[in-house]
Design a protein around this ligand. Structure first.
Ligand code: SF4
Length: 150
């Protein structure tokens, strides 16, 4: 069983989709774009969803509007169903995992296929192991009741 990284307030990041469309001047300082565009992707088992979703903007990265999703058969889609937890969960001993969903993008951005959103939400709903999901609701265009406690 892995150990939660000490500087994380969550236990596990899950990014089956990625990308966003900037909507304001403030987006030039987007934290998510900076992380998505400057980390070393792909890591082992990555679905490569962060490839080519950002462009350089001076010394920073900005989202370029490209919206990606893991290939339909990629194992990341079922990882909430197979996740075994961490040794030191953020919510405390013996507690369920706190999952950071699409932390480097916008799940509900305009143009994201409903099928991809539905699949993310369905994975959350079907997971027996995960207690709480944290989803950045940057923009909403549909149901936002995607936070689940067990
Ligand atoms: S996630 Fe999208 S909307 Fe939010 S700051 Fe970044 S580019 Fe802008």
């Amino acid at each position: 069983m892995p150990s939660r990284k000490p500087d994380w307030w969550w236990d596990y990041s899950w990014n089956p989709v990625a990308g966003c469309k900037p909507v304001s001047p403030g987006c030039k300082n987007c934290f998510a774009a900076q992380i998505a565009g400057t980390h070393s992707w792909p890591f082992a088992g990555s679905a490569k969803v962060h490839d080519d979703v950002t462009d350089a903007n001076g010394t920073r990265r900005i989202f370029n509007g490209t919206l990606t999703a893991a290939p339909p058969a990629h194992l990341t889609w079922i990882s909430p169903l197979t996740w075994g937890g961490v040794e030191n969960p953020a919510l405390g001993p013996e507690k369920p995992s706190l999952i950071f969903v699409v932390g480097m993008g916008d799940l509900f951005v305009e143009g994201r296929p409903n099928e991809d959103i539905d699949r993310v939400v369905a994975s959350i709903a079907q997971s027996d192991h995960i207690g709480l999901y944290q989803i950045p609701l940057i923009r909403t265009r549909g149901p936002i009741g995607a936070v689940r406690w067990t």
